[in-house]
Design a binder for this molecule. Structure first.
Ligand SMILES: [Cu+2]
Length: 525
């Protein structure tokens, strides 16, 4: 098969035509594209240009697929407090028939699921049980370094970013223990949240290793039995990456856009999910994949979305496909159809480079019918729309990057990723917002090559424009795509409760780790 046919089979026509444009259809272009298209998903990244080719990796036979989907252990709050420990340590993980040696929470593929309610407190004693860092600090601190430092981020929480709360400026070094204490306000939104490391320098490598866990803020959709009676599943998405030794010890293991070996849910390759015909289940999808968008489809079934990013929608979205970016969550109701086996998968999608494709899980519908219903309507969503009259200020933030022409296999040091023309500097305050402000922000992406994913801590936002168009539903989120080559996303946000310094950044972790991040300070006059 020639490379174009391989690529067509894998990515569809649009990716090919775009590539032809980029490379002028030359033989040289086709040559450079081969590793990206033909070898991208299974043979790993192309280091040949650097003389670092790790050689072929023997993939085990797929003996470990088609096992029932397992979910992480659940830890619950008691009397208003979820008191727990988290050990950060290396472990052997069996994923897709492979034995990988990776960083982890608690020695498991993903961290435990934490379940708590609004108004409650999460108390964690985090033990950094990684070995000492071996590398010195780089000259440019915006770049990846010291993968054994960590900290803790409650993604999507509306809570204090200061002190020992959701403070991602903290540095938790190997051999020490740290206390984290995060209290959610009583009126916190209820839904699907998650946690992951956020220490600049090593967060990307740690998340690519599966260091992520779900946090369920309980109590949503009370009074909607079609939802509360549905069996729930927590599903943490991942792009599985590793080097020739089954490890991630070098940034060039995670960076090339061709790095993904295969996709997984909860650290399992193509697990099975069993349902009865007519049964409704609630799948809590967590966008814990470290870098790329997933274009999701469940064969012959709708994805009925009831919440994004832990925030209830005003009406259910009945979708055939869903673009699911890193950082995002989607709570979907799946109603099983006729008996059979259906693939839950990531389809080809052009996010600037082809997003990873492949099976995520298999839905097995079998047994006696279980007549259940989808909700006819959803209750009132938690937030009022932000009206024009509320706006106290506007600002524009620009994502940009420089990248080499044939960049799929490019070395990460050939790229730069910038916000407002600068890489991250923790000692600089980039956005100052007065407490009580209600603002409209326009995020512009001037990078010709890639879509990016804007994420901000502490306060969610309501998306009012996407590439110049007003969406049908003005959805609240904490992570949103900004399309390449001049794309814009406009949102509104209220900064009412918490002062302190927190982050905005691209949630494609390769970009964040290379400096596509800013500080935001909410201050009180
Ligand atoms: Cu990005």
């Amino acid at each position: 098969m020639n490379d174009n046919r391989v690529a067509a089979a894998r990515f569809g026509k649009s990716a090919i035509s775009r590539r032809r444009v980029l490379n002028g259809g030359t033989a040289l272009g086709a040559y450079f594209l081969l590793p990206r298209s033909a070898g991208a998903q299974h043979q790993g990244h192309d280091h040949s240009a650097m003389g670092l080719d790790p050689g072929p990796i023997v993939q085990a036979a797929a003996a470990s697929v088609d096992q029932p989907l397992l979910e992480p252990e659940v830890r619950r709050s008691v009397n208003g407090v979820l008191n727990t420990t988290l050990s950060c340590r290396y472990t052997y993980k069996d994923i897709g028939g492979l034995k990988l040696y990776l960083r982890s929470y608690e020695g498991t593929s993903h961290g435990p699921t934490l379940r708590m309610k609004p108004g409650e407190t999460l108390k964690i004693r985090l033990s950094n049980d990684f070995p000492p860092n071996r590398d010195a600090l780089p000259q440019n601190m915006a770049l990846p370094h010291q993968f054994n430092n960590t900290n803790f981020h409650f993604h999507g929480a509306h809570c204090s970013p200061s002190g020992i709360a959701d403070n991602v400026m903290r540095s938790m070094v190997p051999g020490k223990k740290y206390d984290i204490e995060i209290t959610l306000p009583k009126d916190h939104t209820m839904g699907t949240y998650w946690y992951h490391p956020h220490h600049h320098g090593g967060a990307d490598v740690q998340m690519a290793s599966g260091m992520a866990g779900a946090i369920i803020v309980e109590g949503d959709f009370a009074g909607v039995p079609e939802i509360t009676n549905a069996k729930e599943r927590v599903m943490l998405m991942s792009q599985v990456v590793f080097d020739a030794f089954g490890m991630i010890e070098n940034f060039s293991t995670v960076f090339p856009e061709t790095a993904t070996r295969f996709l997984a849910i909860n650290g399992q390759r193509r697990p099975t999910i069993t349902m009865r015909p007519g049964e409704v289940q609630r799948w809590r999808l967590v966008g814990s994949q470290y870098q790329d968008d997933f274009f999701l489809e469940l064969e012959k079934h709708n994805l009925n979305v009831i919440a994004y990013d832990g925030i209830q929608l005003r009406s259910m979205q009945e979708l055939k496909t869903l673009v699911f970016a890193p950082g995002q969550r989607a709570d979907i109701l799946v109603q099983a159809g006729a008996p059979g086996i259906y693939e839950f998968r990531a389809l080809p999608y052009d996010q600037g480079h082809p997003s990873p494709v492949g099976p995520l899980a298999r839905l097995v519908v079998e047994g006696d019918p279980m007549p259940m219903k989808l909700p006819a309507a959803l209750p009132k969503p938690p937030f009022e729309d932000i009206k024009d009259s509320e706006i106290t200020g506007r600002r524009t933030i620009t994502f940009s990057a420089t990248s080499p022409e044939a960049d799929a296999a490019g070395h990460w040091q050939e790229f730069t990723f910038l916000v407002d023309g600068k890489t991250f500097n923790p000692n600089r305050i980039d956005q100052r917002v007065k407490l009580g402000a209600v603002e409209e922000w326009t995020i512009v992406n001037t990078h010709f090559h890639d879509d990016h994913v804007f994420h901000i801590h502490t306060n969610p936002f309501q998306v009012t424009q996407f590439d110049g168009k007003r969406p049908a539903d003005l959805v609240w989120r904490d992570s949103v795509i900004v399309t390449r080559n001049g794309g814009t996303t406009v949102f509104r946000s209220r900064f009412l409760d918490y002062t302190g310094v927190f982050m905005l950044h691209c949630h494609m972790m390769n970009h964040e780790e290379m400096g596509m991040m800013q500080t935001v300070e909410v201050y009180k006059e």
